[in-house]
Design a protein around this ligand. Sequence first.
Ligand code: PBG
Length: 332
Amino acid sequence: MFINRKFPNTRLRRLRSSSNILDLVSEKRLSSDDLIQPVFIKEDIDGTEEIESMPGILRHGKSSILKEVESIVRSGVKTIALFPVVNSSKKDSKGSEATNKNNLMCESVRLIKENFPEVIIIADVALDPYTDHGHDGIIKNNYVDNDLTLDILRSQSLVLAEAGADIIAPSDMMDGRIGFIREALENSDYKNTILLSYAAKYNSKFYGPFRDAVNSASNLGTSSKSSYQMSPYNSDEALHEVAMDINEGADIVMVKPGMPYLDIVSLIKNTFKIPTFAYQVSGEYSMLKLAIAKGWLDNQVMLESLISFKRAGADAILTYSAKEISMEINKK
Ligand code: PBG
């Protein structure tokens, strides 16, 4: 297709000569509509707590949640993803607290919905914030048991849907969970509850700071999630995972982590043509933030990294920098 293009008939720099021309011919755009802000909520604290390994990100106690949501909304971001930091006294081997309809997540969803009914709430469904061993499922004979875990995920999803979560996001990579949860939602008349499947979630070391943030790192210790999360060597398998999840009733699929896995985002979007999200995870965020804080990188690298997600085909991006980047884009 490029055979007969010759200089000077073709000068590619013509279309780079001013910022207005650049905007006019821009192939991709990043807007507030594409950004999702994760929010950490914690019980029994007043106000906020800093997370040492995630510069600028806070754990929010009840008294501070609404203020945080208000500032997210003011930035132009319309969707949040909630993650709970659960009291260690409430953790057990089965993650029972996950199914309590008055747990921190459910109460927070209700509180936010009462005050900001238009904000879209994504509720994570996985047991790791609730288990005393830090795994995403129930352990039997030293193995994270798939089918025993499904029963709890189903109850966890129902209490979250009942509390008013718009989107249920299973993030644990158990087989069959999407079908199980979809059936339970249909049977309980939550027909419009959206299922966002973490369909291709890799066994990644980029989750380190998140595990500090939700205090699951010490529970998990040196134990690995390799028997359920995907191997970083595989990409065909990601297509297999996505095909399964679509057939089981997922509305949106997600790839995680983001930047080191943009080939997977592109592959999935081009193959299935369905809404495909990507998660710029804690480790990716913290690497950039730390280098920016040191003055080793310009702070525009955050925006640049998010543009790369759009180029790869992501429809929306979960990023800890959502609020900040949204304010920046809207100032322009
Ligand atoms: C687990 C879960 C993880 C993240 C979100 N949900 C990581 C894990 O497997 O421990 C990580 C997100 C991040 O690193 O930002 N259910």
